[in-house]
Design a protein around this ligand. Sequence first.
Ligand code: DQA
Length: 162
Amino acid sequence: MTKPKNTRARPQLAGKKKPSILVLHGPNLNLLGTREPEIYGSESLEDINRRLSLTGQRLGAQVETFQSNHEGALIERVHAAKLQRSSFIIINPAGLTHTSVSLRDALVAVKIPFIEVHLSNIYSRESFRHHSYFSDVAIGTISGLGSSGYDLALQFALQPRP
Ligand code: DQA
């Protein structure tokens, strides 16, 4: 008799395709840890990405991370997510939050549900940060909870859905 697979850690995923979550980080987030730590915290992007990947492994999901300082590269990564059949995107568009119609259009075009994350509370900062091109088309936005915003978004993305 073959031993049944151990699905105890995540019983609701039994028999289903492994969820594939893409985490996108926009311009300047490669500098996390040294960039205005009083606003963005002292963790590096590598620390955050490693934690998210480990959570994914623990919960039976594939978590891929990608950072770019280039709008076009982020747009192309979103297009690739469709071909790859990613199930969910978590994105911190960084400065592009307040400027990029094109990155917004890419997310809308691929029809992959996404959560917008900001480390800082963009609404308590300069007025030019108060407008986001992403919030109205996102499932939700997490802003101001530091890097735990990514963890909470991942937790949501991995919740079982009918
Ligand atoms: C940010 C907020 C943006 O206004 C800023 O341009 C960033 C980071 C955040 O995570 O708080 O680069 O998205």
